[in-house]
Design a protein around this ligand. Structure first.
Ligand SMILES: [Zn+2]
Length: 463
């Protein structure tokens, strides 16, 4: 019995003599396993390898060995991982990906989602708070940002993108990952894929963000803005930057250079649905009176005064070109700064200061010889307003067969007629005229009747 050896045949262990084994070896393919200290009949039994060790089927089944697709052998279960996406088991040395949220493991071919250096599987990504906020559902607030010692002009932009290749959330988060100062956030916008919205920042602060290095470089080739034809670049500026005179000058500059601004905007149509430039006015007929009193509101206009704290320049078509983008911000900045300056003679060239603006304007061959003489228009406007105020203060009018007086309320002239109700005289609102339209009282059918003070005295001082 001394020379019995352990033998594995038809998936059963037994002990046989060495002589018997040698006989069997003539007929079968039998191999010795160091690991098992056993001869295994590979023709009749199941077997496998772990690394270079030959294992019997008993060991594989009882010892928690699992077949690994990558190494093509059996490994102890503790040295294996299960891939969720392919439902395969691989060895622990396989270059797998792990979801940082649920901890599940995925093959190297699986498309992980990334945000803030973490990766996420599809399921966890679905459950996450979206990077792109719903329209107007961003409640973290806007905080003006500037570098030291700068003008209090803040500009916030909205850049719309469309035709996104792949997943919008992934694109948004890959851009925002590079946003070290949290200058941007994203919102849905029903007319395009989504939009990037910035905090209000000074021009220098925007420049210092080096958007080209992470924002535009990340968007490149992954979506469209200008080419989509649906996208705009809107620039908000803070109303608080302007005093009354600055506002009047701002509007006059916009009206006077409307043609040049249209060319600069890269819009194809003057009356584009989201940026209607309104009335075409010849430069010679631009008055401060008309400019300051013509106000447009909402999503259809090129210059929107609707928001409580900002004026919105809606003229620019979207762009993914950093130089074009910066040229647009510079232009808005320059217009606002000059509006609030004391410069009287404004030329198109004067509005083009900066690193990008002039080159951009020249590249599009936008030239203008006419000068805007703001000082002169301001003087005319003052004279006109004085005349209107004086006329309303001093005159009573006759309109059809009504005696009327008027006053300025906001940007309108409101006329009242004197009415008689059961012997009591009272003022009834009769007519309302836009100051922007106004030229003379007669034009609206209001003719001089008498001195207002005398009429008032005559009626007992009430009117
Ligand atoms: Zn996960």
């Amino acid at each position: 019995m001394d020379n019995l050896v352990k033998y594995y045949d038809h998936n059963e262990f037994s002990f046989i003599s060495m002589e018997k084994l040698e006989e069997l070896e003539d007929e079968y393919y039998i191999e010795y396993s160091t690991f098992e200290d056993c001869y295994i009949n590979k023709d009749t039994s199941d077997y496998g390898y772990c690394d270079n060790d030959l294992l019997t089927n008993d060991t594989i089944e009882n010892g928690d060995y699992i077949y690994c697709e990558d190494t093509e052998d059996y490994q102890l279960e503790e040295n294996t991982v299960h891939l969720e996406d392919t439902d395969e088991t691989v060895s622990i040395d396989y270059d797998y990906q792990r979801c940082d949220e649920c901890g599940l493991i995925f093959s190297r071919d699986y498309d992980m989602h990334h945000r803030d250096d973490d990766c996420y599987c599809d399921d966890c990504w679905e459950d996450m708070e979206p990077v792109i906020y719903e329209y107007h559902k961003y409640y973290d607030g806007y905080y003006p940002r500037s570098l030291a010692r700068e003008s209090p002009l803040f500009m916030g932009f909205e850049l719309e993108v469309d035709n996104v290749r792949g997943d919008c959330e992934s694109l948004a988060s890959s851009v925002l990952d590079g946003d070290m100062d949290d200058t941007l956030h994203c919102e849905e916008d029903c007319t395009v894929a989504f939009e990037f919205i910035s905090q209000p920042c000074t021009l220098e602060y925007h420049k210092n963000q080096h958007y080209n290095d992470w924002f535009f470089s990340e968007l490149d080739g992954k979506c469209e803005s200008h080419d989509a034809g649906t996208c705009g670049l809107h620039v908000h500026v803070n109303k608080s930057f302007f005093d009354d005179r600055g506002y009047d000058r701002l509007k006059t500059i916009l009206f006077f250079f409307k043609d040049e601004l249209f060319q600069f905007s890269r819009r194809q149509r003057w009356d584009c649905g989201y940026s209607d430039f309104g009335e075409r006015i010849h430069k010679n007929s631009v008055t401060m009176h008309k400019a300051k009193n013509t106000k447009h509101y909402g999503h259809s206009t090129w210059f929107n005064e609707n928001n409580s704290s900002t004026y919105e320049f809606r003229l620019f078509r979207g762009t993914l070109k950093y130089e074009t983008f910066m040229a647009s911000l510079e232009l808005v900045h320059n217009i606002c700064m000059i509006a609030m300056s004391n410069t009287d003679i404004i030329t198109w060239d004067l509005l083009l200061d900066g690193d990008y603006c002039r080159e951009y304007s020249n590249s599009r061959e936008i030239y203008c010889d006419s000068e805007l003489n703001l000082g002169e228009l301001e003087k005319k406007e003052n004279e006109l307003m004085q005349a209107i105020k004086k006329g309303l203060e001093e005159n009573a009018f006759i309109n059809l067969n009504y005696v009327c007086v008027g006053e300025i309320v906001g940007d309108k002239i409101v006329f009242y007629c004197l009415d008689n109700k059961n012997g009591e005289l009272y003022k009834r609102r009769r007519d309302c005229i836009d100051l922007s339209e106004f030229e003379t009282f007669e034009e609206y059918g209001y003719y001089y009747l008498c001195n207002r003070k005398e009429l008032s005295n005559l009626l007992g001082g009430e009117f």
